[in-house]
Design a binder for this molecule. Structure first.
Ligand SMILES: Cc1ncc(COP(=O)(O)O)c(C=O)c1O
Length: 362
């Protein structure tokens, strides 16, 4: 599905130089490398500020806390996005409320978000799944109409844009993950909150270090240890300079698949370079498991992102949340299949995948 060894070997010398620089500095957490990455990444997203954190799940949790979410509040979210947001919401003691997806994009449907709004709604999360922006103009308008903060989950969408505005610049806050497989990935865990709201930045800065205002002085509850390492920040600084080129390669693969997969049982979505960075290339197929097996026999690795809707997780068996019914999400979860798509995959490899699908005769 991916080859992270190849990905990092291509820029080995740059990564090595950054590693040596950090080792020689003797400064390993929240130092100049983190500062410089925060400045560069905020500017890259078109937002005012960035606060580096330990991972993307913490970024969602700390952003929600900074947006005012507390125990007992409701947060509206999609159910098909791997449970990361629900993990963060539940860590606060708040409740996820699930909205259905638009079947054409597999992203949260603003109309169904509107249905879910109640007097307890304290935030809406827009997860830009697979690298494609949600319908942000509609979600932004809805959030403004009801005065509810909007959080973007950009873990899969570094650089995706709509009308010239990037992921991370639409919400009151945005959470990013730099897990190694992400479009911008560290060599370990990393994350960030990006925001143009000064109050959100200030609160996340407190929360990432125990609620400290200054060393050992705790002024805020809900804090944790969620620092970004100097080493990861230095590596991310190197990689940020390559991200546009990697995105172009992902988009070339996305375009190739969209134009070259022709099978009556396999649905590809139209190529959408203006808003999609192809973190994952997902097709739909009513006989998904047979197709997966067929491709596996031809040496083609595929995966399912994700095999469980949040409320169908075994964790919730027998609980009221398991009674949730979202027809479009439930139809999609049985049909989605992720094809290989990463910058080091050549067009010849993608042709092998497309030819194999086209030759499938179930
Ligand atoms: C959509 C989405 N949100 C959040 C996360 C959580 O990020 P992390 O693994 O860095 O905690 C991930 C990835 O893992 C993700 O894909």
């Amino acid at each position: 599905m991916n080859d992270l060894r190849l990905h990092n070997l291509a820029i080995y010398n740059e990564l090595e130089a950054a590693t040596k620089r950090v080792m020689a500095s003797g400064w390993f957490a929240l130092g100049p490398e983190v500062k410089s990455f925060e400045t560069a990444f905020a500017a890259w997203c078109g937002a005012a500020w960035c606060c580096g954190l330990a991972n993307g799940t913490d970024a969602i949790e700390l952003a929600l806390r900074a947006l005012g979410v507390e125990r007992g509040d409701e947060v509206i979210v999609a159910a098909n996005a791997g449970m990361y947001s629900a993990t963060a919401i539940r860590a606060i003691g708040a409740e996820p409320v699930y909205a259905d997806i638009d079947p054409a994009t597999l992203n949260i449907d603003p109309t169904d978000v509107a249905r879910c709004i109640s007097s307890r709604t304290r935030a809406i999360i827009a997860t830009h799944l697979f690298g494609r922006l949600c319908d942000m103009p509609a979600l932004r308008a809805l959030a403004d109409q009801y005065g509810i903060p909007l959080l973007e989950d950009c873990a899969q969408a570094h650089g995706a844009a709509l009308a010239g505005k990037k992921a991370g610049a639409w919400g009151d806050a945005a959470a990013f993950s730099f897990y190694p497989t992400k479009n911008l990935g560290a060599l370990g865990d990393g994350g960030a909150v990006v925001t143009s709201r000064r109050d959100v930045l200030d609160t996340v800065m407190l929360l990432r270090q125990y609620g400290w205002e200054s060393r050992y002085k705790v002024v805020r509850s809900g804090g944790s240890n969620s620092r970004l390492d100097e080493l990861q920040a230095a590596l991310l600084n190197v990689k940020l300079a390559h991200l546009a080129e990697w995105t172009r390669k992902r988009q070339a693969l996305g375009k190739f698949y969209a134009q070259n997969i022709h099978h009556p049982l396999v649905q590809v979505s139209p190529f959408a370079a203006e808003l999609h960075v192809y973190h994952l290339y997902v097709v739909r197929c009513s006989r998904r498991d047979e197709l997966k097996l067929f491709l596996g026999e031809r040496g083609i690795a595929t995966d399912v992102h994700y095999p469980y809707l949040d409320y169908q997780q075994p964790l919730f068996a027998g609980q009221p949340i398991a009674q949730t019914r979202l027809p479009h999400s439930e139809a999609a979860v049985k049909e989605i299949l992720t094809l290989p798509c990463y910058p080091e995959l050549g067009i010849a490899d993608a042709k092998y995948v497309a030819d194999a699908i086209n030759a499938w005769n179930p």
